[in-house]
Ligand binder design. Sequence first.
Ligand code: ADP
Length: 455
Amino acid sequence: MDDAPDALTPPDSTEGRVGMVTRHSGATLAAPGARGYPVVPRDKERLDALYEYGILDTPEDPAFNDLARIAATLCSAPLAMVNLVDHERQFMKAAYGFARRDVPRELSFCAHAIVDPSRVLAIPDLAADARFDSHPIVADAPHLRFYAAAPIVTDDGFAIGTVCVMDVAPRPDLTADDAEALRAVARQAMALIELRRDRAMVRKANLRLEETNARLEDVSRRKTEIISDVSHEFRTPLTTILGYAELIRDEDLDPGETREFADDIVRDVQRLTRMMENVLDLERLEARATAFRPVSVELPSLLEDEVARWEVDEAAADHAVSLSVKIGLPCVLADADRVAQVVRNFLANAVKYSPDGGAIDVRAEPTADGRFVRVSVTDHGIGISTEGQARIFERFARTQEAIARGIRGTGLGLAICRQIVELHGGTIGVESLAGCGSTFWFTLPAAPPALGGAP
Ligand code: ADP
């Protein structure tokens, strides 16, 4: 990898030091690695450090432009840059004197300057350096001759980039003062990079906080809605129960009448209990607070079991329930108990909302793209108007058709079904014609072939 040893000549083994400045006279400069740029010790860790700051590919930033300008002024150079050396390129964060652009790492002067994080690198005459004399911006316009760079060094000692200055004229030397000034600007660049990272982190944390707040507000709003819906829905059966109980208490009823009213009370209490359980189930599903373990499920046997229940159920005495499953149906990725709950609900509704009986067809087939399986239950009952269909999967939604016929229900079953199906990543829907019947359907993702999905 990049940090493998090579024919690198460490910069501090070269002659011509000015203070902490290392001057290079061509041949003694770090030799390029196999990729055409010098090998940096522990380059992978250096890159990880660089990426951690999230500074690469960020837009132009006036504060960095200021640093480039300060470096140019301090060193009396016409060109200055703040560069970051990425894996295969140099990202120019700021440029003074020419336009910002990415440069391949093998063409980057700074790729040489980051080899030793402790030193300022100065190349007095690029044209006299065998390594750079044919470089496009040395051999051709703008014919650069002088280059000096101070590494931008992290707390952990990684040189992630440089602040560098360039000139079109060669310079005999970089003064110790210039070197120190360049180094100071590089330290400011590092501080600014840290500041930008911290600011981005604060922004991200704020965003997360806002999301959490929005979620909490949503939960609280939902709870208020549920309380209002529930108290409204519970009032009717409670009023009935109270009425019957008062009759039993206050009237001189014969035992037959008393039993009749007591039966009504029992029925309404059972309904309330069911409603309570459904509300709790729905709340847990909506809050995604329910255990949900999808595994590969074979739908045919699950559907057979659900259909078989109705063969012995008196409520379906006038209904002929049939099942058809496409041959080679893939398994689905699902929680079998929850899927059975949806099918049971569809079937119970199909029976309940076709009071005159009729055929009920259960079908299972793959969707056209083969990624899902579609299960549908068709009845020939009272049907649902277009307006009714729009609200049918909302909590406590009941259709005029059902209410008008005095068919009892809580309006919670389909809301629960929708939550279950969506939890699986599927969709749920209805096609219906008032007075003719309905087809309720849902889709579930097919299990991957390895798990018994599509053959
Ligand atoms: P419930 O049946 O307890 O009221 P659901 O949530 O299962 O609760 O159904 C909501 C409403 O949708 C029902 O009240 C009824 O108006 C309508 N509905 C559901 N299934 C059918 C169906 N197969 N045919 C006609 N209407 C239906």
